[in-house]
Ligand binder design. Structure first.
Ligand code: ADP
Ligand code: MG
Length: 168
């Protein structure tokens, strides 16, 4: 990414009262062509709903069958006829040397969708995400979600969020 593609972050907040709302957003995101070459970083505590969101997104993109949490493998690849997807979970990522050895540098240089849970654990190895999604569980077990676009691709992905306006 060149410096010219970077801009001040643009932030939107969403409310997901239940998992159906998570699924609805995932479907809207899957419908956007830019998702096919995006890097999306997912932030939030254990149980916030990062993997759940990825499952809904991958199903909406056409992945069939079981979508495993990549906590142990660090990455799970998916190959669709028109799209490569990599789902990372860096929770157990400890050794920066693993970055080169496991071929992660090559993955981030390849076309396709990259999703990463626990990007913080990969430290400075990870490139800048096009969009950061932060999921926070509220006391009533709903989710408060912040979308942060860091690049032009990220801005395009913000179209998946409903238009902001006065709350009813
Ligand atoms: P993480 O990957 O962030 O650790 P998971 O996706 O594995 O979290 O787990 C989230 C749990 O919370 C799942 O059991 C899911 O069914 C539940 N859940 C409840 N409400 C929601 C919501 N609005 N969005 C996502 N998950 C939700
Ligand atoms: Mg997870």
């Amino acid at each position: 990414m060149s410096a010219i593609d970077r801009h001040a972050p643009i932030v939107k907040t969403l409310h997901w009262p239940d998992e159906a709302a998570t699924q609805q957003f995932a479907k809207s995101l899957a419908a956007l062509p830019d998702v096919g070459h995006a890097f999306i970083a997912l932030h939030g505590d254990l149980g916030a709903g990062k993997t759940t969101f990825v499952r809904h997104l991958l199903h909406a993109l056409g992945v069939t069958g079981r979508i495993k949490s990549p906590t142990y493998a660090v990455v799970e690849p998916y190959e669709l006829s028109n799209l490569n997807i990599w789902h990372f979970d860096f929770y157990r990522f400890a050794d920066p040397r693993e970055w080169e050895d496991a071929g992660f540098r090559d993955i981030f240089a390849s076309p396709g969708l990259k999703l990463a849970e626990w990007p913080e654990k990969a430290g400075t190895m990870l490139p800048c995400a096009d969009m950061d999604i932060t999921i926070v569980t509220t006391p009533d077990a709903a989710r408060q979600v912040t979308l942060r676009a860091n690049t032009l691709v990220g801005v395009a992905l913000l179209l998946a969020a409903p238009a902001e306006g006065p709350q009813p």
